[in-house]
Design a protein around this ligand. Structure first.
Ligand SMILES: [Zn+2]
Ligand SMILES: [Zn+2]
Length: 352
């Protein structure tokens, strides 16, 4: 079968590889319909390895070269064990997180922070391929009214839903989202589902602010020309937002988020950041603010699919491009040259 494999930084190749083997008891094999390009994938492409291990992954044993891709939908080809409610041939989305299943965190249901965890497409061959092996426990059947394209968007939306859950957003809250890229838009959509009354976004790109306006956010500010902290403060009865959710991962913005959230409010860092952030301790302690990290999701993908099926979550604004897997190398090159042109791009091995 064809697979778009990572061989090293700036070295993606459309390779001919063997089909996945028969699934083991905790695995399933899925025939891929669509798979989204994530910021993580671009990061690996541009300057990896980051999440990819150069040697065998401690849990899966997989090593590069391997296919990227962890945001996908498809249909079940083979099940390693029986699963209630899922049969061969069913259309599915999948939680791509491999977990050990026995550690302290897995036992608590916090499999997303299992020390040995890893994702399909980073810790094992991914879904930029015709077929992919996935964790059996992660399968969710797609209802008839959720398309394969929308099913592939469930994973990034789950990241937004988990961040909003971490932020404790309640009906009527005011929320500021920093960054209107794919994660920011997923957070916006999830915050609205959670009942946010005031939904503010800080985003420097005019095109993205326009799109956010069309999505119905309360107001989208350009942080280069507006004092976002003050503008949101004035629009929230001189209180400030209940939650600030950073979707940029830019270390310099963390301290600003702390200074912006209301007294007693929560800052959630959802962007993938690495550097050191400077936070004024007085801003935290004297105003009893909280700063939390958020990683991926846990059990959020089925919730997203339920919301989509119920008509409560329309993810179509995220989807800005569809391409055949055959042209995948060019798609990555294009995104690397101009990330702002797209929010979420999907690739399909089935042809358009
Ligand atoms: Zn992702
Ligand atoms: Zn574990």
């Amino acid at each position: 079968m064809k697979a778009l494999r990572w061989h090293g930084a700036r070295d993606l190749r459309l390779d001919e590889v063997p089909d996945p083997p028969e699934p083991r008891p905790h695995e399933a094999v899925v025939e891929v319909s669509w798979c989204g390009v994530c910021g993580t994938d671009l990061h690996e492409y541009l300057e990896g390895p980051h999440m990819i291990r150069t040697g065998p992954h401690p849990l899966t044993g997989a090593a590069p070269p391997l296919a990227l891709g962890h945001e996908f939908s498809g249909s079940v080809l083979a099940l390693g064990s029986e699963v209630p409610g899922i049969a061969v041939g069913d259309r599915v989305a999948a939680d791509p997180v491999w977990r050990c299943g026995v550690c302290y965190w897995c036992a608590r249901g916090e499999y997303h922070i299992c020390p040995r965890s890893g994702s399909v497409g980073l810790a094992s061959p991914g879904a930029f391929a015709e077929r992919v092996t996935v964790p059996l426990a992660g399968l969710t059947r797609l209802p008839d009214n959720v398309s394969d394209e929308m099913g592939a968007l469930a994973e990034p939306l789950a990241v937004g839903l988990h961040a909003v859950t971490r932020a404790g957003v309640r009906p009527g809250d005011n929320v500021l989202v920093v960054g209107g890229g794919p994660i920011g838009v997923a957070v916006v959509l999830a915050a609205r589902v959670a009942g946010a009354a005031g939904l503010y976004v800080s985003e420097p790109l005019a095109g993205r602010r326009e799109m956010l306006g069309a999505l119905g956010v309360t107001e989208a500010f350009d942080p280069r020309t507006a004092d976002v902290r003050r503008e949101v403060f004035l629009r929230t009865g001189r209180i400030g937002p209940d939650a600030v959710i950073d979707a940029t991962g830019v270390a310099a913005l963390a301290g600003q988020a702390v200074a912006t959230v209301r007294r007693g409010g929560r800052v959630v860092l959802a962007g993938v950041g690495h550097g050191k952030a400077e936070i004024d301790m007085g801003q935290l302690v004297f105003y009893e603010r909280s700063v939390l990290g958020t990683l991926g999701y846990r059990f959020d993908i089925p919730r997203v699919i339920g919301l989509m099926s119920a008509g409560r979550l329309d993810a179509s604004a995220l989807l800005t491009g569809r391409f055949p897997l055959d042209g995948g190398v060019g798609v990555f090159e294009g995104l690397a040259a101009d990330r702002a042109r797209h929010l979420k791009v999907l690739l399909t091995p089935k042809g358009l």
